[in-house]
Design a protein around this ligand. Structure first.
Ligand code: ZN
Length: 427
Protein backbone atom coordinates (compact mmCIF):
# COMPACT_ATOMS: atom_id res chain seq x y z
CA UNK A 1 0.00 0.00 0.00
CA UNK A 2 1.37 3.40 -0.91
CA UNK A 3 1.05 5.68 2.05
CA UNK A 4 -0.12 9.13 1.00
CA UNK A 5 1.30 11.97 3.02
CA UNK A 6 -1.36 12.60 5.57
CA UNK A 7 -2.93 15.86 6.62
CA UNK A 8 -2.43 17.38 10.01
CA UNK A 9 -6.02 16.74 10.97
CA UNK A 10 -5.62 18.15 14.49
CA UNK A 11 -5.51 21.66 13.04
CA UNK A 12 -9.06 21.16 11.83
CA UNK A 13 -10.53 19.75 15.01
CA UNK A 14 -12.21 22.03 17.56
CA UNK A 15 -12.87 20.51 21.00
CA UNK A 16 -15.58 23.09 21.75
CA UNK A 17 -17.49 22.05 18.66
CA UNK A 18 -17.34 18.38 19.72
CA UNK A 19 -18.70 19.38 23.15
CA UNK A 20 -21.45 21.53 21.66
CA UNK A 21 -22.63 18.93 19.17
CA UNK A 22 -22.51 16.07 21.67
CA UNK A 23 -24.40 18.04 24.30
CA UNK A 24 -27.15 18.73 21.76
CA UNK A 25 -27.48 15.04 20.90
CA UNK A 26 -27.41 13.85 24.52
CA UNK A 27 -30.19 16.36 25.35
CA UNK A 28 -32.45 14.58 22.83
CA UNK A 29 -33.42 11.21 24.38
CA UNK A 30 -33.52 8.64 21.59
CA UNK A 31 -34.30 5.64 23.74
CA UNK A 32 -35.20 2.59 21.71
CA UNK A 33 -38.37 1.90 23.72
CA UNK A 34 -39.82 5.37 22.90
CA UNK A 35 -42.12 6.02 19.98
CA UNK A 36 -40.11 6.97 16.83
CA UNK A 37 -37.06 7.52 19.10
CA UNK A 38 -34.51 8.73 16.56
CA UNK A 39 -36.39 11.55 14.84
CA UNK A 40 -35.10 14.36 17.10
CA UNK A 41 -31.49 13.27 16.55
CA UNK A 42 -32.02 13.09 12.79
CA UNK A 43 -33.50 16.63 12.77
CA UNK A 44 -30.48 17.92 14.71
CA UNK A 45 -27.93 16.35 12.33
CA UNK A 46 -29.95 17.65 9.39
CA UNK A 47 -29.45 21.16 10.81
CA UNK A 48 -25.67 20.62 11.01
CA UNK A 49 -25.62 19.40 7.41
CA UNK A 50 -27.59 22.37 6.16
CA UNK A 51 -25.33 24.76 8.08
CA UNK A 52 -22.26 23.17 6.48
CA UNK A 53 -23.74 23.22 2.98
CA UNK A 54 -24.41 19.46 2.79
CA UNK A 55 -27.52 17.91 1.34
CA UNK A 56 -28.15 14.53 3.04
CA UNK A 57 -30.80 12.01 2.06
CA UNK A 58 -33.45 10.97 4.57
CA UNK A 59 -35.02 7.56 4.07
CA UNK A 60 -38.05 6.29 5.94
CA UNK A 61 -37.35 2.84 7.41
CA UNK A 62 -40.71 2.66 9.19
CA UNK A 63 -43.25 5.26 10.38
CA UNK A 64 -41.25 8.34 11.50
CA UNK A 65 -38.03 6.39 11.79
CA UNK A 66 -35.55 7.71 9.24
CA UNK A 67 -31.98 6.93 8.27
CA UNK A 68 -29.80 9.93 7.41
CA UNK A 69 -27.19 9.48 4.69
CA UNK A 70 -24.63 12.03 3.56
CA UNK A 71 -22.20 11.25 0.74
CA UNK A 72 -19.20 13.35 -0.25
CA UNK A 73 -17.38 12.74 -3.50
CA UNK A 74 -13.75 13.34 -4.38
CA UNK A 75 -12.56 14.69 -7.72
CA UNK A 76 -12.07 11.31 -9.40
CA UNK A 77 -13.30 7.71 -9.30
CA UNK A 78 -12.04 5.45 -6.53
CA UNK A 79 -13.13 3.34 -3.57
CA UNK A 80 -16.31 3.90 -1.66
CA UNK A 81 -16.13 3.92 2.16
CA UNK A 82 -18.92 4.02 4.73
CA UNK A 83 -18.76 5.50 8.25
CA UNK A 84 -21.84 4.55 10.23
CA UNK A 85 -23.09 5.44 13.75
CA UNK A 86 -26.58 4.64 15.04
CA UNK A 87 -28.94 7.32 16.36
CA UNK A 88 -30.73 5.33 19.09
CA UNK A 89 -29.67 4.58 22.67
CA UNK A 90 -30.79 2.14 25.34
CA UNK A 91 -32.88 3.24 28.32
CA UNK A 92 -31.30 5.20 31.20
CA UNK A 93 -32.95 2.70 33.55
CA UNK A 94 -33.51 3.93 37.11
CA UNK A 95 -32.54 7.62 36.81
CA UNK A 96 -32.01 7.87 40.61
CA UNK A 97 -29.02 5.53 40.21
CA UNK A 98 -27.21 8.12 38.04
CA UNK A 99 -24.73 10.55 39.60
CA UNK A 100 -25.29 12.90 36.64
CA UNK A 101 -28.54 13.49 34.73
CA UNK A 102 -28.62 11.01 31.83
CA UNK A 103 -30.02 13.41 29.24
CA UNK A 104 -27.79 16.38 29.88
CA UNK A 105 -24.09 16.39 29.04
CA UNK A 106 -21.98 16.86 32.19
CA UNK A 107 -18.27 17.45 31.90
CA UNK A 108 -15.87 16.46 34.70
CA UNK A 109 -12.39 17.27 33.43
CA UNK A 110 -11.84 14.89 30.50
CA UNK A 111 -14.98 12.82 31.12
CA UNK A 112 -18.28 13.60 29.40
CA UNK A 113 -21.26 11.94 31.11
CA UNK A 114 -24.68 11.15 29.68
CA UNK A 115 -26.68 8.36 28.04
CA UNK A 116 -25.24 7.68 24.60
CA UNK A 117 -21.98 9.61 25.11
CA UNK A 118 -20.00 6.41 24.44
CA UNK A 119 -22.63 4.31 22.62
CA UNK A 120 -22.55 5.96 20.25
CA UNK A 121 -23.47 9.63 19.98
CA UNK A 122 -19.89 10.74 20.70
CA UNK A 123 -18.61 8.63 17.83
CA UNK A 124 -21.47 9.86 15.65
CA UNK A 125 -20.27 13.44 16.19
CA UNK A 126 -16.69 12.31 15.47
CA UNK A 127 -17.72 10.62 12.21
CA UNK A 128 -19.69 13.65 11.04
CA UNK A 129 -16.80 16.01 11.78
CA UNK A 130 -14.32 13.62 10.12
CA UNK A 131 -16.31 13.63 6.90
CA UNK A 132 -16.62 17.42 6.94
CA UNK A 133 -12.93 17.88 7.72
CA UNK A 134 -11.96 15.47 4.94
CA UNK A 135 -13.89 17.63 2.51
CA UNK A 136 -12.49 20.93 3.86
CA UNK A 137 -8.85 19.96 4.40
CA UNK A 138 -8.44 18.25 1.03
CA UNK A 139 -10.57 20.82 -0.81
CA UNK A 140 -12.33 17.79 -2.27
CA UNK A 141 -9.19 16.45 -3.93
CA UNK A 142 -9.27 12.70 -3.27
CA UNK A 143 -10.41 9.61 -5.16
CA UNK A 144 -13.74 7.91 -4.56
CA UNK A 145 -16.39 8.83 -2.02
CA UNK A 146 -17.27 8.63 1.66
CA UNK A 147 -20.70 8.03 3.09
CA UNK A 148 -21.79 9.08 6.57
CA UNK A 149 -24.79 7.00 7.62
CA UNK A 150 -26.92 7.37 10.76
CA UNK A 151 -29.18 4.32 10.85
CA UNK A 152 -32.10 3.81 13.27
CA UNK A 153 -32.80 0.83 15.51
CA UNK A 154 -29.32 -0.62 16.16
CA UNK A 155 -30.32 -1.35 19.75
CA UNK A 156 -33.44 -3.11 18.46
CA UNK A 157 -33.79 -5.28 15.39
CA UNK A 158 -31.24 -3.30 13.33
CA UNK A 159 -33.90 -2.44 10.75
CA UNK A 160 -32.04 0.78 9.81
CA UNK A 161 -28.86 -0.87 8.57
CA UNK A 162 -30.81 -3.66 6.86
CA UNK A 163 -32.89 -1.08 5.02
CA UNK A 164 -29.73 0.72 3.92
CA UNK A 165 -28.04 -2.50 2.73
CA UNK A 166 -31.04 -3.28 0.52
CA UNK A 167 -30.89 0.21 -1.05
CA UNK A 168 -29.00 1.43 -4.12
CA UNK A 169 -26.85 3.65 -1.88
CA UNK A 170 -25.04 0.59 -0.49
CA UNK A 171 -24.09 -0.74 -3.90
CA UNK A 172 -20.37 -0.84 -4.65
CA UNK A 173 -19.18 -0.26 -1.08
CA UNK A 174 -15.55 -1.30 -0.56
CA UNK A 175 -15.46 -1.10 3.22
CA UNK A 176 -17.21 0.20 6.33
CA UNK A 177 -16.16 1.65 9.66
CA UNK A 178 -18.63 0.88 12.45
CA UNK A 179 -18.35 3.76 14.87
CA UNK A 180 -18.83 2.13 18.28
CA UNK A 181 -17.05 2.47 21.66
CA UNK A 182 -14.04 0.16 21.50
CA UNK A 183 -11.43 2.23 23.35
CA UNK A 184 -9.71 2.93 20.01
CA UNK A 185 -8.92 -0.76 19.59
CA UNK A 186 -9.17 -2.06 16.04
CA UNK A 187 -11.91 -4.66 16.16
CA UNK A 188 -11.60 -7.05 13.25
CA UNK A 189 -13.72 -9.91 14.58
CA UNK A 190 -17.19 -10.02 15.94
CA UNK A 191 -19.00 -12.90 17.61
CA UNK A 192 -21.89 -14.52 15.81
CA UNK A 193 -25.26 -14.81 17.53
CA UNK A 194 -27.99 -17.40 17.33
CA UNK A 195 -31.23 -16.94 19.20
CA UNK A 196 -32.79 -20.34 19.71
CA UNK A 197 -36.01 -21.38 21.36
CA UNK A 198 -36.94 -24.94 22.34
CA UNK A 199 -40.56 -25.75 23.22
CA UNK A 200 -41.95 -28.87 24.88
CA UNK A 201 -45.56 -29.94 25.09
CA UNK A 202 -47.09 -32.50 27.47
CA UNK A 203 -50.41 -32.71 29.25
CA UNK A 204 -51.67 -30.54 32.11
CA UNK A 205 -52.51 -32.26 35.42
CA UNK A 206 -53.06 -31.73 39.14
CA UNK A 207 -49.76 -31.56 41.01
CA UNK A 208 -51.06 -34.19 43.44
CA UNK A 209 -51.77 -36.62 40.61
CA UNK A 210 -48.82 -36.18 38.27
CA UNK A 211 -49.37 -39.51 36.59
CA UNK A 212 -52.61 -38.28 35.06
CA UNK A 213 -50.64 -35.94 32.81
CA UNK A 214 -47.26 -35.61 31.13
CA UNK A 215 -44.82 -33.08 32.58
CA UNK A 216 -42.70 -31.24 29.97
CA UNK A 217 -40.38 -29.70 32.61
CA UNK A 218 -38.06 -32.72 33.20
CA UNK A 219 -37.75 -33.09 29.42
CA UNK A 220 -36.73 -29.43 29.13
CA UNK A 221 -34.15 -29.95 31.90
CA UNK A 222 -32.64 -32.87 29.98
CA UNK A 223 -32.39 -30.63 26.93
CA UNK A 224 -30.65 -27.93 29.00
CA UNK A 225 -28.08 -30.52 30.07
CA UNK A 226 -27.57 -31.40 26.40
CA UNK A 227 -27.01 -27.71 25.63
CA UNK A 228 -24.41 -27.51 28.41
CA UNK A 229 -22.67 -30.59 26.94
CA UNK A 230 -22.64 -29.01 23.49
CA UNK A 231 -21.21 -25.80 24.93
CA UNK A 232 -18.40 -27.70 26.66
CA UNK A 233 -17.72 -29.60 23.44
CA UNK A 234 -17.48 -26.38 21.42
CA UNK A 235 -15.19 -24.79 24.02
CA UNK A 236 -12.94 -27.86 24.12
CA UNK A 237 -12.65 -28.17 20.36
CA UNK A 238 -12.29 -24.47 19.46
CA UNK A 239 -10.45 -23.14 22.49
CA UNK A 240 -10.24 -19.51 23.55
CA UNK A 241 -10.40 -17.08 20.64
CA UNK A 242 -7.77 -14.43 21.30
CA UNK A 243 -10.06 -11.61 20.14
CA UNK A 244 -13.45 -12.95 21.19
CA UNK A 245 -12.96 -15.29 24.14
CA UNK A 246 -15.05 -18.45 24.56
CA UNK A 247 -18.00 -19.53 22.46
CA UNK A 248 -21.10 -19.85 24.64
CA UNK A 249 -24.64 -21.24 24.80
CA UNK A 250 -26.52 -19.49 27.57
CA UNK A 251 -30.07 -20.33 28.67
CA UNK A 252 -31.65 -16.94 29.33
CA UNK A 253 -35.41 -17.38 29.70
CA UNK A 254 -37.70 -20.17 30.85
CA UNK A 255 -41.46 -20.03 30.42
CA UNK A 256 -43.68 -22.75 31.78
CA UNK A 257 -46.43 -22.87 30.78
CA UNK A 258 -45.58 -21.00 27.59
CA UNK A 259 -48.80 -18.98 27.85
CA UNK A 260 -51.18 -18.34 30.74
CA UNK A 261 -50.72 -18.30 34.52
CA UNK A 262 -48.69 -20.73 36.60
CA UNK A 263 -49.95 -22.64 39.62
CA UNK A 264 -47.94 -24.23 42.40
CA UNK A 265 -50.15 -27.32 42.29
CA UNK A 266 -50.64 -27.32 38.52
CA UNK A 267 -48.39 -29.36 36.26
CA UNK A 268 -48.05 -27.29 33.13
CA UNK A 269 -48.78 -28.55 29.63
CA UNK A 270 -45.90 -26.68 28.03
CA UNK A 271 -42.38 -25.36 28.67
CA UNK A 272 -40.03 -23.20 26.63
CA UNK A 273 -36.41 -22.19 27.02
CA UNK A 274 -34.46 -19.47 25.16
CA UNK A 275 -30.80 -20.11 24.40
CA UNK A 276 -28.53 -17.16 23.58
CA UNK A 277 -25.72 -18.72 21.52
CA UNK A 278 -22.56 -16.70 20.77
CA UNK A 279 -20.16 -18.14 18.26
CA UNK A 280 -16.54 -17.65 17.18
CA UNK A 281 -14.77 -18.34 13.87
CA UNK A 282 -14.68 -22.09 13.20
CA UNK A 283 -18.29 -22.73 14.16
CA UNK A 284 -20.94 -23.31 11.51
CA UNK A 285 -24.36 -22.11 12.57
CA UNK A 286 -26.31 -24.61 10.46
CA UNK A 287 -24.27 -27.50 11.86
CA UNK A 288 -24.72 -26.29 15.43
CA UNK A 289 -28.48 -25.94 14.95
CA UNK A 290 -28.80 -29.41 13.45
CA UNK A 291 -26.80 -30.97 16.33
CA UNK A 292 -29.07 -29.37 18.93
CA UNK A 293 -32.08 -30.36 16.87
CA UNK A 294 -30.88 -33.98 16.92
CA UNK A 295 -30.29 -33.87 20.67
CA UNK A 296 -33.81 -32.52 21.20
CA UNK A 297 -35.35 -35.20 18.99
CA UNK A 298 -33.46 -37.95 20.79
CA UNK A 299 -34.58 -36.68 24.23
CA UNK A 300 -38.23 -36.45 23.14
CA UNK A 301 -38.08 -39.87 21.52
CA UNK A 302 -36.63 -41.47 24.66
CA UNK A 303 -39.33 -39.80 26.80
CA UNK A 304 -42.05 -41.15 24.59
CA UNK A 305 -40.50 -44.60 24.70
CA UNK A 306 -40.58 -44.47 28.51
CA UNK A 307 -44.22 -43.41 28.42
CA UNK A 308 -45.34 -46.23 26.18
CA UNK A 309 -43.36 -49.20 27.50
CA UNK A 310 -44.45 -48.67 31.08
CA UNK A 311 -40.94 -48.35 32.53
CA UNK A 312 -41.07 -44.60 32.66
CA UNK A 313 -41.27 -42.22 35.55
CA UNK A 314 -44.78 -41.26 34.51
CA UNK A 315 -46.35 -44.72 34.59
CA UNK A 316 -44.67 -46.29 37.58
CA UNK A 317 -47.45 -45.90 40.11
CA UNK A 318 -49.76 -48.83 40.70
CA UNK A 319 -52.14 -46.57 42.59
CA UNK A 320 -52.76 -44.03 39.89
CA UNK A 321 -53.90 -45.49 36.66
CA UNK A 322 -52.86 -43.00 34.04
CA UNK A 323 -55.44 -41.67 31.67
CA UNK A 324 -54.68 -41.84 27.97
CA UNK A 325 -51.63 -39.72 27.28
CA UNK A 326 -50.86 -37.81 24.16
CA UNK A 327 -47.19 -38.20 23.25
CA UNK A 328 -44.74 -35.57 24.44
CA UNK A 329 -43.57 -33.32 21.63
CA UNK A 330 -40.76 -30.83 21.24
CA UNK A 331 -39.84 -28.28 18.64
CA UNK A 332 -36.99 -26.02 17.95
CA UNK A 333 -37.05 -22.50 16.48
CA UNK A 334 -34.21 -20.34 15.19
CA UNK A 335 -35.44 -16.86 16.12
CA UNK A 336 -32.43 -14.96 14.81
CA UNK A 337 -29.16 -15.84 13.09
CA UNK A 338 -26.26 -13.36 12.90
CA UNK A 339 -22.96 -14.62 11.51
CA UNK A 340 -19.45 -14.34 12.94
CA UNK A 341 -17.54 -11.57 11.17
CA UNK A 342 -13.83 -11.52 10.46
CA UNK A 343 -11.80 -9.03 8.42
CA UNK A 344 -8.19 -9.99 7.70
CA UNK A 345 -5.40 -7.87 9.17
CA UNK A 346 -4.00 -7.65 5.63
CA UNK A 347 -7.13 -6.02 4.27
CA UNK A 348 -6.49 -2.45 3.05
CA UNK A 349 -9.22 -1.17 5.37
CA UNK A 350 -7.56 -2.68 8.46
CA UNK A 351 -4.18 -1.37 7.29
CA UNK A 352 -5.62 2.11 6.77
CA UNK A 353 -7.12 2.12 10.29
CA UNK A 354 -3.87 0.83 11.82
CA UNK A 355 -1.82 3.52 10.06
CA UNK A 356 -4.34 6.17 11.13
CA UNK A 357 -4.19 5.08 14.79
CA UNK A 358 -0.40 5.13 14.71
CA UNK A 359 -0.30 8.53 13.10
CA UNK A 360 -2.99 10.22 15.24
CA UNK A 361 -2.41 8.62 18.67
CA UNK A 362 1.29 7.86 18.20
CA UNK A 363 0.88 4.37 19.67
CA UNK A 364 0.98 0.84 18.28
CA UNK A 365 -2.45 -0.30 17.18
CA UNK A 366 -4.21 -2.85 19.39
CA UNK A 367 -6.42 -5.47 17.72
CA UNK A 368 -9.53 -6.85 19.38
CA UNK A 369 -12.97 -8.32 18.80
CA UNK A 370 -16.55 -7.25 19.47
CA UNK A 371 -18.41 -9.56 21.87
CA UNK A 372 -21.91 -8.63 20.66
CA UNK A 373 -23.59 -8.33 17.28
CA UNK A 374 -23.80 -4.80 15.82
CA UNK A 375 -24.94 -3.15 12.60
CA UNK A 376 -21.58 -4.34 11.24
CA UNK A 377 -22.79 -7.93 11.36
CA UNK A 378 -25.30 -7.15 8.61
CA UNK A 379 -22.78 -5.20 6.52
CA UNK A 380 -20.33 -8.08 6.71
CA UNK A 381 -23.07 -10.60 5.84
CA UNK A 382 -23.72 -8.46 2.73
CA UNK A 383 -20.07 -8.93 1.71
CA UNK A 384 -18.71 -5.59 2.96
CA UNK A 385 -15.42 -5.69 4.94
CA UNK A 386 -15.84 -3.95 8.31
CA UNK A 387 -13.72 -2.58 11.11
CA UNK A 388 -15.30 -1.46 14.39
CA UNK A 389 -13.50 1.34 16.21
CA UNK A 390 -14.40 4.36 18.30
CA UNK A 391 -13.98 6.27 21.55
CA UNK A 392 -15.31 5.03 24.87
CA UNK A 393 -14.60 2.27 27.34
CA UNK A 394 -16.19 -0.85 25.90
CA UNK A 395 -17.76 -1.92 29.20
CA UNK A 396 -19.50 1.41 29.85
CA UNK A 397 -22.34 1.16 27.29
CA UNK A 398 -25.80 0.41 28.71
CA UNK A 399 -24.59 1.14 32.28
CA UNK A 400 -25.51 4.09 34.53
CA UNK A 401 -23.12 7.07 34.41
CA UNK A 402 -22.10 6.28 30.83
CA UNK A 403 -19.17 8.49 29.84
CA UNK A 404 -16.63 9.12 27.11
CA UNK A 405 -13.22 10.79 27.16
CA UNK A 406 -13.07 14.12 25.29
CA UNK A 407 -9.43 13.42 24.40
CA UNK A 408 -10.37 10.05 22.88
CA UNK A 409 -13.22 11.64 20.96
CA UNK A 410 -10.88 14.27 19.57
CA UNK A 411 -8.46 11.52 18.51
CA UNK A 412 -11.35 9.61 16.97
CA UNK A 413 -12.20 12.49 14.63
CA UNK A 414 -8.60 12.40 13.38
CA UNK A 415 -8.57 8.59 13.11
CA UNK A 416 -11.77 8.49 11.06
CA UNK A 417 -10.60 11.29 8.73
CA UNK A 418 -7.13 9.80 8.33
CA UNK A 419 -8.52 6.27 7.77
CA UNK A 420 -10.83 7.55 5.05
CA UNK A 421 -8.04 9.50 3.36
CA UNK A 422 -5.64 6.53 3.41
CA UNK A 423 -8.24 3.97 2.36
CA UNK A 424 -9.44 6.03 -0.57
CA UNK A 425 -5.83 6.27 -1.81
CA UNK A 426 -5.11 2.55 -1.43
CA UNK A 427 -5.34 1.78 -5.12
ZN1 ZN B 1 -23.81 1.00 19.79
Amino acid sequence: MTKPCSFHWADWIDGDEILDKLSRLVAIPSVIEDEHPEEGVVQEILRWCQGDGFDPILTEVSAQRRNLLLEIHGDRPGPKLLLEAHSDTVTAGDVSMWTYPPFQLTRCEDRLYGRGTADTKGNLVAAYLAVRILKQATKGIFPGSVQFLVPVDEEGMMSGIRHYIASDAAQGLDGAICCEPEDLMICIRQKGALRLEAEFFGRMAHGAMPLTGVNPIPIMVQFLQAVADEEALAQDSLGYDRYLGWPSMTPTQIKTPIAGPQGFNVMPASAAVSIDVRTVPGQTHSLLVSRLQQRLSAIVQAANHDLTDGRGHYLRSALEQPTIHGPITGRFNVVDDRPVTETSRDHPLVQAVAAAVESVVGADPVYAGVPGATDGTWLWAAGIPIVTIGAGNRFVPHQVDEWVSLQQLTDTVGIYADTAYRFLHHW
